[in-house]
Each structure stands twice: as structure tokens, then as C-alpha cells.
Design a protein around this ligand. Structure first.
Ligand code: ADP
Ligand code: LRH
Length: 490
């Protein structure tokens, strides 16, 4: 019954997840998992897009070898990054990784030129230095070769979909993350594009999640020995797919999508584009069924990923569970960081940057890996509380708990500490939120689920949700006050 495949590409790893429905219950099976390591070439930082395409084909082959007859497939990935296509249909260069230093300082220049309030009033999107708008502006300023011969702009899932189908479309949820799409007119913002010196004709038709987007093209069918499998546009921004998979019961709910990034917010029907939202730097990213994701980016487990890489380079290899254990053994509330300090955005020696932060804020400097990880995880938990409270204020809602989805929920300490920090329960699950949301949108499109709420009910009934109740007492209140004081967020 309705076997389908979701390709979910995170900034740290990708997977092909086979989904099937069994009497209204969702069953998933991981067919393929692969690392997604950015590649540094000289000063530039790229994504290995052809390797990702190769891995997608491996996923299709694994499904074929298992005898799975696929009714459809969908692809989601991290946001903001893109490829430019020439008039002959070829990809112009390797897509840049959004953490490339080419983009340093560009956001400030564009804001000065056009005004932050103007940009926000047209897009409703938070100011992050790596948004596509600033990436493209940097390429324009630098006159990079791709900009000279570009004809079409495709984001990462659009691009991979194009390789598979030969058809070029943009997709709504991901398009909104560019900060070039106007949610009020429901179009690419031509005026903004022209002011930036960008060519509006590069930006193509925008498909809604759930729209058919072609089928495997002839050459791919022949290469893989497969039929014309239909391809859907899903909620192709991985965070949008993760929010689809939040097993909420009520319309009003708060979520934390927890992976490389932590995305915390709520789902709303109309974007909130007032002055308060701009001042608080909240975003209104597009979601499934014309909803919006009112949220804020929090630096997330990226800091831990980079610490782990640095320790590995130095000959000390730890698994994530080992790091969690070491953190558990370290002293609590010894030092805090603001995870969103600009120092933590670029790849590099993250343990040293955490220590520098503690030094410059006159705190005890963590020494051992366990102490550093504890400092980062406790700080994340407190930043979650801070952003949850802002979300309540801005959306005029009050939440009685927080849904956590994504690979980060395997970190049980982070879930527990988040519950303690917010003083409310955390409902953790499913871990493969983005892939499950990707599957759900395909099933809704095929009429297997009536709507997103029926899909969310099925997700709730199909996957275990771990409940973390908050610890009682004032300890975490005092810790939070200390966190606010040190980070200057008070
Ligand atoms: P992305 O989709 O952004 O690549 P994921 O949602 O796959 O990220 O989450 C990956 C993160 O989850 C890792 O960086 C790690 O911090 C955390 N994680 C995954 N598995 C575990 C585990 N077993 N124990 C602790 N943390 C884990
Ligand atoms: C998470 C994510 C996030 C974006 C960032 C670039 O994977 O898509 O929502 O802000 O990556």
C-alpha cells in the first residue's frame, strides 16, 4: 500500500526513508544514510551537490533492490542555498555553503542601502547574514562567473529534483527563506529583486508543497532501471517538513526542530510583519497549506558538531552519546554562552571560541570536553526558554509544553534540560521529523490523508513520544537569571 520515499538532506547528513501506510499507521524504514560534509576549496566552502545526487540515486536503487514499488518520491533539504542554471541547462559551478566567508558583512551593506524595515516589510523574513538575498548580492558585488551566464535560480531540492526530472520549478516553503519572496503578494518580489540588481526572470514558477513536479526523466529511468516514478514538491525546506510532522493535537502549539540548527516557534495562518517582529528578528517562513512558521533560528547542535570535529582533528574522537555522558558528569551552571553570538557561526575551532566567550564575560573557563559540552547544552536550553517566551509574546499565545522533533532528541540530556529550563513538559518525537513530514505531504497529495491534521494524528499514533516533565524547584530559575545576565539578554 502506497510505498513512497522521502529524501531528507540535513546540513550534517542525508537519508532516504521508505514510508508505508498500514491501516492508517505509518511505518518507516531507513534505506540509506550518508554524510553531508561541506568541502573547502581554497577559501571557498561548497556543497558536494553531485555526490548528494549520487546518494539520491543510491537510495532509489536500494528501494528497487528491496522490491519496493514506489508510488512517489519527494526531496527536502536545508534552506537558503542554491545553484544557478545556464541557458543550456547546465549547473554553473558548485553551490556555495551558506557559511562561506564571502558573505561576511554583506547583510549590513544591503540593509544600509535598502533599509531593514523595507526588506522586512516586503518579505517578513528574519535577518540572517547567509540568507539567499545576501549571498546573491555578494556574488553580484564580486561579479562571480556564474552570475554572468545565469538564466535560472534553483534551490538545493529544486536542483536535485531538476536532475531527476528535467523540470525546473521553485518550491514555496524554501523560496520564502531567500528573503526575496513576498508573502503578501504570494510572488517573488520583483521590486526588491530589481533594487538589488538581480534579474527577476531567473526566479521561476513557485509550486506549493503537495504539487506534482514531474517524474523520473527517461535517462534516469534507463540508468537506474526504474519506471517513470512521480516526483512531488513537498515542504522542501527541511524545517517546514519537520513542522508538518509535529504530532500536535491543538491548533496552537510550539515546536523546536532540533538538528544542526534549533528552530523554535509556532505555526500561524498569516505572517506577523509588524515592528515588534522585526525588532525581535523573528521570521515568517512558508509552511504547508499556506501556513507560516513564526520562529527564530538558534545556533543549535552545530556548536557541538564543530567541537567534535575539532577534538577529532586533535586525535580525540568522541561519539555524540559519549559527549552527552561527559556533559552529564560535569558541574552544572558553571558557565554560559549566548549560542547565537556571531563567533559561533563559521566553521572552526569551536572549543576555543566557547572558552574565549567565557573569558571575555569573566566566567570560569571550561577546560575538559565534558565541561564545554555542558556549557553549550545548558546555554541552548536557556536560549530555548528565551525564544519560547518571545514566541508567546509575539503570537499572543500561551503554550503548555514544547514539541521537540529532529535528530537532537536523541540527546536525552538536552530534552530534560529544556523541560527544566522552560518549566513545562517537553514532548520529544519523532526524531526523523523532516523525513516524516516529507512523506506526509506526499500522502496528503495522494488522498491517503484528508489533511495535515489527519496526518499529524497518524504520526502521533505511529511513533513513540517521550515525555520529559520539568524538575521542581528554583535551581533552574536562578540559572536562567544568571544566563540572562551573562549573555546580556536580560
Ligand atoms: P541535520 O538534519 O541538521 O543534519 P539531525 O536532525 O540529523 O541534523 O541531528 C543531528 C544532531 O543530533 C547531531 O549533530 C547530534 O548533535 C544529535 N544527535 C544525533 N544522534 C545523537 C545521539 N545518539 N546522542 C546525542 N546526540 C545525538
Ligand atoms: C535547518 C535549516 C534552517 C535554516 C538553515 C540554513 O536545517 O534549514 O531552517 O535557517 O538550515
Amino acid at each position: 500500500m502506497s510505498n513512497i520515499l522521502a529524501f531528507d538532506l540535513g546540513a550534517s547528513s542525508g537519508r532516504a526513508i521508505h514510508g508505508k501506510l498500514n491501516n492508517g499507521r505509518i511505518e518507516i524504514e531507513e534505506l540509506h544514510r550518508f554524510p553531508n560534509d561541506p568541502v573547502q576549496v581554497g577559501k571557498r566552502l561548497h556543497w558536494d551537490i553531485l555526490r548528494l545526487y549520487h546518494e539520491i540515486k543510491q537510495g532509489l536503487l536500494k528501494a528497487k533492490h528491496k522490491g519496493i514499488d514506489l508510488a512517489s518520491i519527494g526531496i527536502d533539504s536545508w534552506a537558503v542555498d542554491f545553484g544557478l542554471i545556464a541557458s543550456d541547462g547546465s549547473l554553473l559551478g558548485n553551490p556555495y555553503n551558506y557559511r562561506d566567508s564571502l558573505y561576511d558583512g554583506v547583510m549590513e551593506r544591503v540593509q544600509e542601502e535598502l533599509g531593514a524595515d523595507y526588506i522586512f516589510s516586503r518579505t517578513g523574513i528574519q535577518f540572517l547574514p547567509f540568507n539567499t538575498i545576501y549571498q546573491l548580492s555578494a556574488h553580484r558585488e564580486n561579479g562571480t562567473a556564474a552570475m554572468q551566464s545565469a538564466e535560472q535560480f534553483l534551490m538545493i531540492p529544486d536542483l536535485l529534483r531538476y536532475f531527476l526530472t528535467g523540470e525546473k520549478y521553485n518550491e514555496f516553503s524554501n523560496a520564502t527563506t531567500t528573503q526575496l519572496y513576498n508573502p503578501l503578494t504570494q510572488k517573488w518580489d520583483e521590486e526588491l529583486l530589481k533594487k538589488l540588481g538581480l534579474t527577476p526572470s531567473w526566479f521561476g514558477e513557485v509550486l506549493q508543497p503537495g504539487a506534482p513536479a514531474g517524474q523520473l526523466q527517461q535517462t534516469v529511468q534507463e540508468e537506474l532501471g526504474l519506471g517513470p516514478i512521480p516526483v512531488y514538491a513537498v515542504a522542501e525546506h527541511d524545517t517546514a517538513s519537520a513542522v508538518v510532522a509535529v504530532p500536535a493535537i491543538e491548533r496552537s502549539f510550539a515546536y523546536l526542530s532540533c538538528g544542526t540548527w534549533s528552530l523554535l516557534g509556532t505555526e500561524i495562518d498569516q505572517p506577523i510583519m509588524n515592528e515588534e517582529a522585526r525588532q525581535l528578528n523573528f521570521t515568517n517562513e512558508g509552511g504547508y497549506g499556506n501556513t507560516y512558521r513564526l520562529l527564530k533560528n538558534i545556533m543549535g547542535l552545530w556548536i557541538i558538531q564543530e567541537c567534535r570535529r575539532e577534538w577529532e582533528r586533535a586525535g580525540q574522537a568522541f561519539t555524540f552519546p559519549e559527549l552527552v555522558k561527559l556533559a552529564e558528569e560535569a558541574t552544572s551552571f558553571s558557565a554560559f554562552i549566548d549560542p547565537d553570538d556571531a563567533a559561533f557561526l563559521a566553521p572552526g575551532d569551536m572549543p576555543a571560541r566557547v572558552c574565549e566567550y567565557c573569558q571575555r564575560t569573566n566566567q570560569p573557563v571550561p577546560q575538559k570536553p565534558g565541561e564545554i559540552v555542558r556549557c553549550v547544552l545548558e546555554s541552548l536550553a536557556f536560549k530555548y526558554r528565551y525564544v519560547l517566551e518571545l514566541t508567546e509574546r509575539l503570537s499572543g499565545q500561551s503554550f503548555n509544553g514544547l514539541h521537540m522533533v529532529g535528530g537532537g532528541i536523541h540527546n536525552h540530556l538536552l530534552c530534560e534540560w529544556t523541560a527544566n529550563a522552560i518549566g513545562k513538559p517537553v514532548w520529544a518525537g519523532p526524531a526523523e521529523g523532516s523525513a516524516i513530514g516529507n512523506l506526509a505531504v506526499q500522502w496528503i497529495a495522494q488522498g491517503e490523508f484528508k489533511d495535515i491534521w489527519e496526518a499529524r494524528r497518524a504520526i502521533r499514533e505511529s511513533f513513540p513520544i517521550a515525555i520529559y516533565e520539568p524538575e521542581q524547584g528554583d535551581r533552574w530559575e536562578e540559572g536562567y537569571a544568571q544566563f540572562l545576565r551573562i549573555t546580556g539578554l536580560a
